[in-house]
Write a protein that binds this ligand. Structure first.
Ligand code: NAD
Length: 487
């Protein structure tokens, strides 16, 4: 078990010798104790990344790409181990870790491996006699802070574009789920990434995370996590005005119109909220139903929710595992009481499952609650298998409800009407909109939010933009410049 920090190409204990217990969400058992990075360890990691930067940035782009492509192959080779590690640590059902997390991680590293030597500059048509060209240069040392909901996949979303563009990285996985990131570090070492190019410092947010965010030698922080922590990171970053990219919370509006294909919509809406136990920033956590189909839809949706197989994440039959921590399970269940206090109706779920086999795990039943648009459960991110149902009469009302939270990340529309679909997709205040589908992601398609869901984009050329600086170079080729100070 890899349970140390990864700094300058070596696995090392923390300077102060502290450790963090990593527990299994399926039964609360201790998996391992990992070294807890603190400020001194982050300083060592940043120094290593700084030393590695000039050579990494100067390496032929195709060589950086080749290492990322080799890593993608290596991840597939070690796919089963990575899938098991991810399920053990996070509670993801093994069918998802095998079928989604591992292939998506490999695909994302592969995409950015292919991208490395296609990061082109441009030539600007300026006045005659001058040549003006723009280069895209790496920023330097990039700090990356990620949450616990998709730790493996986020290694590729974060490190893929940063490394392809020539930056070096210090990544802080969540203290709750550090194992797959450390395993990826080991694979990077095996495929030949130079020492110091990637450093992994698992530790608590208020120590290791805070230090990374305020570090004077870090040029950018790419953060995925809650909106509250995002604000703290912006404050901590002010000392050297580092660049910030924020992927924050969401309260995805998933709107079903009365002309929707109900079979597809019921199934898609269940996937939108219950995949990964609802622990997804883009989850369709507000199910906004046209009044004509609401009752019929709910009958089928609730029946589907009740049939979802909860179980041991290691069992290939399991469709929903436990939530990733006991603390988070309690937070999700607290929202059931909040919903009730405000007059919400619990249509199904709202509690831990009764099955004695699941008693020690951090499970919550798929939960469906009907509420009003202003209620807390319709406004705040619950981040669990908890969907808030709201009803509407007109398209205008559906749009108003969809746009009534401070967030703007994922959104969905289910309708057969082409013009309505495009009109609404245009008007929804969200970084992503899915029409007659939900939660599609691809390494080429920009991912990110608006409003309190953050700024900056992962994936695609947008991500490369966010990990490079534009540098403009002017050459006087043949210009006769009128004298400014005529003598
Ligand atoms: P969190 O904000 O508590 O923690 C995220 C990371 O930040 C962890 O590594 C944590 O250790 C670190 N951190 C905590 N305090 C810090 C501080 N003061 N300084 C620096 N780092 C600090 O979030 P979480 O509970 O781990 O994750 C759930 C949240 O993440 C949800 O709000 C979810 O919507 C969001 N999320 C967003 C996206 C997206 O792409 N927009 C994706 C996944 C999750």
């Amino acid at each position: 078990m890899l349970n140390q920090l990864f700094i300058d190409g070596q696995f090392v204990p923390a300077v102060a010798g502290g450790t963090i217990d990593v527990v299994s969400p399926r039964d609360g058992a201790l998996i391992t104790r990992i070294a807890a990075a603190e400020a001194a360890d982050v300083d060592l990691a940043v120094a290593a990344a700084q030393r590695a930067f000039p050579a990494w940035a100067a390496l032929a782009a195709a060589e950086r790409g080749r290492l990322l492509l080799k890593l993608a192959d290596k991840i597939e080779e070690h796919g089963e181990t990575l899938a098991q590690l991810e399920s053990l640590d996070t509670g993801h059902p093994i069918r998802d870790s095998r079928g989604l997390d591992v292939p998506r991680t490999a695909a994302c590293f592969r995409y950015f491996g292919g991208m490395a030597d296609k990061i082109e500059g441009s030539v600007i048509p300026v006045e005659a006699g001058f040549l003006n060209y723009v280069q895209r240069k790496p920023i330097g040392v990039v700090g990356q802070i990620v949450p616990w909901n998709f730790p493996l996949m986020f290694t590729s979303w974060k490190m893929g574009p940063a490394l392809a563009a020539g930056n070096t990285v210090v990544i802080k996985p969540s203290e709750i789920t550090p194992l797959s990131t450390l395993y990826i570090a080991q694979l990077m070492k095996e495929v030949g990434f130079p020492d110091g190019v990637v450093n992994v410092v698992p530790g608590y947010g208020h120590t290791a995370g805070q230090r990374l965010a305020e570090h004077q030698d870090v040029g950018k922080i790419a953060f995925t996590g809650s909106t509250a922590t995002g604000r703290r990171i912006v404050e901590a970053s002010q000392g050297n005005l580092k660049r910030i990219q924020l992927e924050l919370g969401g309260k995805g509006a998933n709107i079903v119109f009365d002309d929707a294909n109900l079979d597809a919509a019921v199934n898609g809406a269940a996937w939108a909220i219950f995949h990964n136990q609802g622990q997804a920033c883009i989850a369709g956590s507000r199910l906004i139903l046209h009044e004509n189909i609401a009752d019929q839809f709910l009958e089928r949706f609730i029946s589907l929710a009740r049939s979802i197989r909860l179980g041991d994440p290691m069992d290939p039959e399991t469709e929903m595992g436990p939530l990733t921590s006991a603390l988070h399970r309690d937070r999700v269940l607290a929202y059931v009481d909040i919903a009730r206090e405000q007059g919400g109706r619990i249509l199904t779920g709202g509690k831990a499952p009764q099955d004695p086999a699941l008693a020690n795990g951090f499970y919550v039943e798929p939960t469906v609650v009907e509420a009003q648009p202003g209620d807390r459960v319709a406004q705040e991110e619950v981040f669990g298998p908890f969907v808030t149902v709201l009803r509407f009469k007109t398209d205008e009302e559906a749009l108003a409800i969809a746009n009534s939270t401070e967030y703007g990340l994922g959104s969905g529309l289910w309708t057969q009407n082409l013009s309505r679909a495009h009109k609404l997709a245009d008007a929804i205040h969200a970084g992503m909109c899915w029409i007659n589908c939900y939660k599609r992601v691809n390494p080429g398609s920009p991912f990110g939010g608006v409003g309190q869901s953050g700024y900056g984009r992962e994936m695609g050329f947008e991500a490369i933009h966010d990990y490079t600086e534009a540098r403009s170079v002017w050459v006087n080729v043949d210009a006769r410049i009128a004298p400014h100070f005529a003598r």
